[in-house]
Design a protein around this ligand. Structure first.
Ligand code: ZN
Ligand code: ZN
Length: 305
């Protein structure tokens, strides 16, 4: 397995230090879990360099509790130094540890050219693209009363429309390599009765933009209660020729590689025979190994990635 979506810090205010020992500990945990390579993919919005360009972006949205919550969230998260982060992860990679340099890039409507300018010149291996916010509404903050009141105020089809619009713009921007948690719009467990048209849009956007898609086990921990993407969407990615990565989205060391067997089964069921690894933003295929169990050795054997 690859774990291509990992964070060094939990959300919220904290000391945003990054050390070689920390990255080495992630690699050690990964190897103990049978994960052959990881990507460290911290959120772009945690870095001062992003705040300098993008800070206050929510001021373009209508005033109110939703916008205030976004401002609070932003200033509770920001503070790390992107240069230091890059330097430390590259040092770990240069030392031969099984890690590549990534970033989880937030989608900012109408501002992806500014995002590209921030990222320009850094030697990233892989860039994840994520839609977490619709306007100033951080719809995936399902523990927040303000966020959930907005879910109650909106028709679920409208939310999924807005999300798919953002995915279209993100994919067409060409800024990122991998669509992270592709159907995050289901995070709260609210779905249209028949999500086919939205799934079709997401698969088409990824294929059109030349993006890979991520199979992310974190959805099992949310009200959505399934991995991202849904099996129907994963099948559509496969049919559209969209490669996939595998990921936990862990924000803690002890969750690296979590549910990798379940993720591998989803991939095999959808018809995938390889996953995508990245170096210098160039994709390569990594085979999915199917290991026979000691007892039967048959096709129902343990699946490993
Ligand atoms: Zn995310
Ligand atoms: Zn993440």
């Amino acid at each position: 397995m690859l774990d291509y979506h990992l964070h060094l810090w939990e959300h919220g205010p904290r000391t945003l230090e990054v050390t070689l020992e920390q990255v080495a500990a992630y690699c050690e945990q990964a190897q103990a879990e049978g994960v052959v390579e990881i990507a460290i993919t911290e959120h772009l919005h945690r870095f001062r360099q992003a705040d300098a360009v993008l800070g206050g972006w929510w001021e373009a949205e209508p005033p109110g509790a939703v916008r205030d919550a976004m401002a609070d969230f932003w200033y509770g998260e920001v503070g790390a130094d992107l240069d230091r982060y890059v330097e430390v992860v590259l040092a770990a990679k240069d030392a031969g540890l099984p890690v590549v340099l990534g970033l989880e890039v937030d989608f900012y409507r109408g501002r992806m050219h500014d995002v590209a300018a921030i990222l320009d010149g850094y030697p990233f291996d892989v860039l994840l693209g994520s839609v977490h916010w619709l306007g100033a509404w951080g719809f995936d903050g399902v523990g927040s009363d303000v966020v959930m009141a907005e879910w109650d105020a909106r028709a679920v089809e409208d939310v999924w429309d807005a999300y798919a619009d953002s995915i279209d713009e993100l994919a067409d921007s060409g800024v990122c390599d991998v669509l992270a948690h592709p159907d995050l719009c289901k995070v709260a467990g609210r779905r249209p009765a028949v999500p086919d048209e939205w799934h079709a849009r997401m698969a088409e956007a990824a294929a059109r933009g030349g993006m890979s898609a991520e199979v992310n086990s974190n959805g099992w921990r949310k009200p959505a209660a399934e991995a991202y993407p849904a099996p129907d969407l994963l099948a559509r990615f496969h049919a559209a020729g969209v490669p996939v990565t595998t990921a936990t989205d862990a924000h803690r060391l002890d969750r690296v590689g979590e549910r990798r067997g379940d993720v591998a089964r989803l991939l095999v069921d959808a018809g995938y025979q390889s996953v995508a690894g990245f170096r210098g933003r160039q994709r390569r295929a990594v085979p999915i190994a199917v290991a026979p169990t000691p007892t039967d050795g048959g096709p129902s054997g343990r699946v490993a990635v």
